[in-house]
Design a protein around this ligand. Structure first.
Ligand SMILES: *Cc1c(COP(=O)(O)O)cnc(C)c1O
Length: 480
């Protein structure tokens, strides 16, 4: 492909993208294909001779698109969003064009310095303290792993990287029972051991119970274990519970334990001054992660990771073979020292495009609207006797279930599971579930970039109609 071909096909691809967004609501939101059906359409062997881009696009349309779940559809209410936006796509296209490897300042000074400045903007936009220093990483899972490894190094006097953990005492990590699985995964990879992640019980609103945390830590110290890190969450994945940072932080401060905050989704709400109560106690926080690739319209991947003490982070991750030594070392930020991979994509560019493309005000009004939609949906649910809310609505997520009158409690999980699948099979909306105290909960997240009140209203109407129709199909409901 030469540059003339590239220009031609490039325009076609941009046209394809614009049309896709204009017509996205026509696709079934959740891909209906059966396992193996996409692979069966792909050739057994790679082409020996070059093929045309037309043929590639034909297969993209006919083979790939039917197997895509449309995360950018405003009828997507599942999981947490992986939002995108036009400025972000354009920024990502330019990143792909440059193809720069942003591991060191010298390997692209503009990438390092833009990243540094974006982290300053982001810190200011979210009201975080000015001593926090930030870095962009690929995912919240990686950032949390970096936090656990740094906490591990600090508590072992920076010896575990060199000596391994065999000589150290048993390290313990604490988080609530609602915490994201990336903490278990990270503790395993960091050599702390998944078994040493203590799941602390939660209060009525599903936030971590600080009294129970204190008890767990004291009991561990009694047994000779070494507390290493507490992970608090603002916006848990199941029900978006918000852990009380101040009370947790006071315990961490007293006991000298690293406090990491997982704000993968909820951190974006800090753009709103009225939501900054969530970070009361931030003075105790050692590190924090927020995913602009979830709720801030920046396409995957873009995670921001803030630390109080960048020196500890760098001391944990820097490694200096000769071929990476530069004359600017120590004068500039070499972000390869701030996380796990050496190679790094130029992710700051799309974040810059998004922040400039929306403006802080534009970002705030979307986030505010998404939260308003969740409250509105909650009101609609509460107005009906045959539905119930299962957890407080804090951000953009509503957990509820269908509970028709006189229906036995023992059959409700199956009924709601059936309702969930039936709704998703319509292709008109997509929602997922969680379990709240053993109850199968439908979970609707009203935070897709382009979602409007109309979309939520249509979804709610569909949910009510579908619920009525499946509960009236006598005999088809399997009651255990
Ligand atoms: C989504 C999520 C994660 C994991 O995010 P990745 O960027 O996909 O690793 C971690 N914590 C919480 C609370 C999440 O919602």
């Amino acid at each position: 492909m030469d540059s003339d071909d590239f220009r031609k096909y490039g325009h076609e691809v941009v046209e394809w993208i614009a049309r896709y967004y204009e017509t996205i609501e026509k696709y079934p939101v959740k891909s209906p294909v059966k396992p193996g059906s996409i692979k069966a359409q792909l050739p057994d062997n790679p082409p020996h001779m070059a093929e045309s881009f037309e043929e590639f696009m034909k297969d993209f349309d006919n083979v790939i698109i039917p197997g895509i779940t449309h995360w950018q559809s405003p009828d997507f209410f599942a999981y947490f969003p992986a939002n995108n936006s036009f400025p972000s796509i354009l920024g990502e296209m330019l990143t792909a064009a440059l193809g720069a490897q942003c591991m060191l300042w010298e390997t692209s000074p503009a990438a390092a310095e833009l990243e540094e400045q974006m982290m300053i903007w982001f810190r200011e936009m979210t009201g975080l303290p000015d001593y926090f220093e930030g870095v962009i990483q690929d995912s919240a899972s990686s950032a949390t792993l970096a936090a656990l490894i740094t906490a591990r190094e600090r508590v072992t006097a920076f010896k575990s990287n060199s000596d391994g953990l065999s000589a150290s005492p048993i390290l313990r990590v604490y988080c609530s029972s609602q915490t994201h699985s990336s903490v278990d995964k990270g503790a395993g990879i960091a050599g702390i051991g998944r078994r040493n992640v203590v799941k602390v019980k939660v209060r009525d609103d599903y936030s971590l119970d600080p009294a129970a945390l204190r008890e767990a830590i004291d009991a561990d110290i009694q047994k000779g274990y070494t507390p290493c890190c507490v992970v608090a969450t603002i916006g848990t994945t199941g029900v978006t519970a918000i852990d009380p940072l101040k009370e947790i932080g006071e315990i961490c401060c007293e006991k000298g334990i690293w406090l990491h905050v997982d704000g993968a989704l909820g951190g974006t709400a800090l753009l709103l001054p009225e939501m900054r109560w969530m970070t009361e106690g931030i003075e105790y926080v050692d590190s924090m992660v927020i995913n602009p690739h979830k709720w801030m319209f920046t396409n995957f991947d873009c995670t921001v990771y803030f630390v109080r003490d960048a020196a500890s982070l760098i001391k944990t991750f820097e490694i200096l073979p000769d071929y990476l030594k530069t004359r600017t070392r120590g004068v500039v930020n070499d972000y390869r020292d701030w996380g796990i991979p050496l190679g790094r994509r130029f992710r700051a560019l799309k974040l810059w495009a998004v922040i400039r493309g929306f403006g802080v005000e534009g970002l705030q009004s979307k986030i505010r609207e998404h939260m308003r939609l969740a409250s509105l949906l909650k009101e609609w649910i509460e107005q009906r006797d045959d539905f119930e809310i299962l957890a407080p609505v804090r951000l953009n997520t509503v957990c509820f279930r269908y509970k028709p009158e006189k229906f036995p409690e023992s059959g409700l999980n199956n009924l709601n599971e059936k309702l969930n699948h039936t709704l998703n099979d319509t292709g008109r909306m997509y929602l997922t579930h969680t379990t709240v105290e053993g109850k199968y909960a439908l979970r609707m997240v009203t935070a897709q970039t382009n979602v409007t009140e109309n979309h939520v209203q249509n979804a709610w109407k569909l949910i009510c109609e579908t619920a009525l129709s499946i509960s009236s199909e006598n005999g088809t409901i399997n009651i255990h």
